[in-house]
Ligand binder design. Structure first.
Ligand SMILES: [Zn+2]
Length: 205
């Protein structure tokens, strides 16, 4: 805002800042510059540049804080974090950094949970026949829920994978397709299909 008397930068974004807070504002009275050495002017200029960068960071911080970043990619969140981190002493920016960090952590958690769920599914798929026999020997080749003795019982997670259930035998049971389809986290169709052809053989053992 050079008005002939001062040089300065200010911060004037309208979003979340309470009226009494002006976190970045510096002015240099130009009429004092006559008596200043080049070095002093240089120091002021550096202050101004730093302050201008803080203003930019504050603007970014507010835009981010007002955005719904559920759907922002992890990479972009990390970039924002890096960009703002330098100014973490500022209260506004510190709050935004905390928001970003929270979202990064929860995104990473979800990513990990998804990967581990996929891994558990693969494990079940590759051992499907064996598991079916193991559980069948333990419980009988009947549906654990309705008791029907069906040829096409399916391996089911008692505590669903989606809820963190494991592939341990004590978390597995056999269900008939009707009961299984009533559960939300069922073994994918293609696996159930594979089982259908062969479970009959086992159930007659
Ligand atoms: Zn059933």
């Amino acid at each position: 805002m050079p008005n002939g008397k001062v040089w300065g930068v200010g911060y004037d974004l309208f979003l979340s800042r309470p009226d009494d807070v002006d976190p970045a504002n510096i002015v240099i009275p130009i009429n004092q510059m006559g008596g200043m050495t080049d070095e002093q002017i240089g120091q002021y200029a550096r202050l101004l540049i730093q302050e201008a960068r803080l203003c930019e960071a504050l603007e970014l911080s507010e835009i981010i804080a007002f955005r719904n970043f559920r759907h922002v990619a992890l990479d972009e969140l990390s970039e924002w974090f890096t960009e703002l981190q330098e100014f973490e002493d500022n209260e506004n920016i510190k709050n935004t950094l905390a928001l970003i960090e929270q979202e990064i952590e929860s995104k990473q958690r979800r990513k990990k949970a998804k990967a581990s769920k996929a891994e558990k599914r693969r494990e079940i798929r590759s051992n499907y026949e064996k598991l079916l026999v193991q559980i069948g020997r333990r419980d009988g080749f009947a549906c654990a829920q309705c008791g029907i003795s069906a040829n096409d019982v399916q391996v089911d997670h008692i505590v669903p994978l989606a809820e963190g259930g494991s592939n341990d035998l004590d978390n597995l049971q056999l269900l008939c397709p009707a009961c299984n389809s009533r559960k939300s986290d069922k073994i994918p169709e293609e696996v159930a299909g594979v089982a259908t052809g062969k479970s009959g053989r086992h159930s007659q053992e």
